[in-house]
Ligand binder design. Structure first.
Ligand code: FES
Length: 136
C-alpha cells in the first residue's frame, strides 16, 4: 500500500529528472563577473581579474566580453566613456564598443572570450577565445 503524498512526491521527482531540472548544478567554468541582472543592455564594465583585465558588456543581442589588454604592446586599456570606447594610455590606441580598433598604433582588435550564465551569474572564460560577433 502506498500513500498519496509519496506517490505525488515520486511523480514530481520523475518530472524534474526528465526535464533536467533536478539536481541542477552550475558546473560552468569561468570568472564570476557579477549577477546577470547587473548587466542591463548598454552596460560596459571593466573587470580586474587575476588573469588580466576584461571588459564585459551587454548589447541588444546579449552579453560579451573581451580583453582590456592592448594588442599593441600590452598596455592597460580603460573605458573612456559610457558608450564602450576604450583607450590605451601607453600610445593612445582606441577601441570601439566591440573591441575593434578605432585608432592605432594597435592594429588588432581586442580578443573576445566565451561568456556563460549560470544560476543568475555571469561567467567569463578567458581561456576560450570566440568570434567578436558571439553573444550569450
Ligand atoms: S601599448 Fe597600447 S597603444 Fe601601445
Amino acid at each position: 500500500m502506498s500513500c498519496s503524498g509519496c506517490t505525488r512526491r515520486a511523480a514530481i521527482a520523475v518530472l524534474l529528472l526528465s526535464t533536467g531540472r533536478a539536481f541542477a548544478k552550475c558546473t560552468e567554468k569561468g570568472i564570476d563577473v557579477g549577477a546577470l541582472k547587473s548587466y542591463p543592455v548598454g552596460t560596459f564594465r571593466l573587470i580586474e581579474a587575476d588573469v588580466g583585465r576584461l571588459i564585459v558588456a551587454r548589447d541588444d543581442k546579449g552579453l560579451y566580453a573581451y580583453s582590456a589588454v592592448c594588442t599593441h604592446m600590452g598596455g592597460a586599456v580603460y573605458l573612456a566613456d559610457d558608450h564602450g570606447t576604450s583607450v590605451c594610455p601607453s600610445h593612445q590606441s582606441s577601441f570601439g564598443p566591440n573591441g575593434e580598433v578605432l585608432r592605432g598604433p594597435a592594429t588588432r582588435a581586442l580578443p573576445h572570450f566565451a561568456v556563460r550564465t549560470c544560476e543568475g551569474r555571469v561567467l567569463v572564460d578567458p581561456t576560450t577565445v570566440v568570434a567578436a560577433e558571439v553573444r550569450t
